[in-house]
Design a binder for this molecule. Sequence first.
Ligand code: AP5
Length: 217
Amino acid sequence: MRVLMVAPPGAGKGTQGAVIAAHFDIPHIATGDLLREHVARQTELGRAVQHHLDRGELVPDEIVLDIVRDAFEQARRRGGGYVLDGMPRNLAQARALYQIGLDLGMTANVALHLRADDDELVRRLLARAALEHRADDTEPVIRKRLALYHEVTHPIVAWYAERGILVTVDAMRPVERVGRQILTALEAMRSLVDHVPESARRPIDLTGLGAAFGSAD
Ligand code: AP5
């Protein structure tokens, strides 16, 4: 299974990425985590990107694309599956990522879009800030990250819909319910991936299926 996630800050990319990775036994490639590791180790790359992370701005495309190409090469040695969390963030990254996928025979089978309201996202990230101490989890920087998501990241959802690999899930529900809905959708996609070409598929929107996953709303 090869999954990439397109979702705003706080929607649950890290949380659900770990669930997907464990379920399918595939690597969880999180660009934010990889960048923060460089910052923590004060590598040359870490020193170059720190101010972008602290201000909630995007790191230059070529830096994250190099990181992801390396991570894909490692994932290929493990069998070729992956769940990619944090990339792509704009259309240029989406196109470049597709090219890397073509080069390595690892284009995504599913683009997983987690949908959630801004007020809830701000609430979650401020709650996390009280426990962890991410430099970008202050309210002004959270709002800037959200604005950037709406402006340059969210538009690529339509690109994945056109490619026939989009699955949209309502991420406003409790963590376990969101996880269950995602795994059900990905298991269903697994057979489609093997038998139906992308060009013959349609986007899948599960946001209206609350009752089927035990939600009262
Ligand atoms: P990144 O680390 O990717 O941060 P982000 O997109 O802002 O997302 P978060 O990690 O804050 O949230 P998440 O969606 O993973 O949610 P999580 O599961 O943690 O990127 C950081 C920075 O790195 C960027 O700003 C940029 O500078 C740089 N960067 C990264 N990738 C880049 C790229 N491709 N190009 C350029 N720059 C890049 O959950 C959040 C909280 O909510 C947790 O406390 C969790 O427990 C809770 N939670 C999760 N789900 C639920 C739920 N359903 N109900 C209640 N609480 C929940």
